[in-house]
Design a protein around this ligand. Structure first.
Ligand SMILES: [Zn+2]
Length: 130
């Protein structure tokens, strides 16, 4: 194990971008296999080589820049999908609705009948069925 540690000294290692490439590569491998698309297989080899290159790279600054660029686009996607997931998860206990004025998404416990709602963002008051 010490040999591996010495080998990795000064090298970049893995980050979110490498993990994303790895998972994308695996998904494309399955799709390529299932549909018998040779170009996808070649593309996944390129992706996997890219993963190894990034992990073993000694140019840490360049790799961090790549990861930063990736996260700039990835984080909004992650936040969006997480909020959609929470809506689906809580839909049994909570009713989700939008403010008619500013479209802010709000939620209220289900089964309370008609409730008076005040939007926290813009202050609009409206009646909502819960
Ligand atoms: Zn509002």
């Amino acid at each position: 194990m010490n040999g591996f540690r010495n080998f990795m000294v000064g090298r970049y290692g893995t980050d979110q971008f490498t993990l994303f490439l790895l998972i994308t590569g695996m998904v494309l491998t399955f799709i390529g296999d299932a549909l018998n698309l040779e170009f996808l297989t070649i593309l996944t080899y390129a992706i996997f080589i890219g993963c190894v290159y990034r992990t073993l790279s000694r140019n840490i600054l360049a790799r961090q820049k790549e990861n930063f660029m990736f996260l700039k686009y990835w984080n909004p996607v992650k936040t969006w999908s997480k909020s959609k997931y929470n809506i689906v998860k809580d839909s049994k206990d909570y009713k989700y609705f939008k403010c008619p004025n500013c479209k802010q998404i709000m939620r209220a416990p289900r089964g309370r009948g008609k409730i008076s709602v005040t939007c926290r963002k813009c202050g609009t008051k409206f009646i909502q069925k819960s």
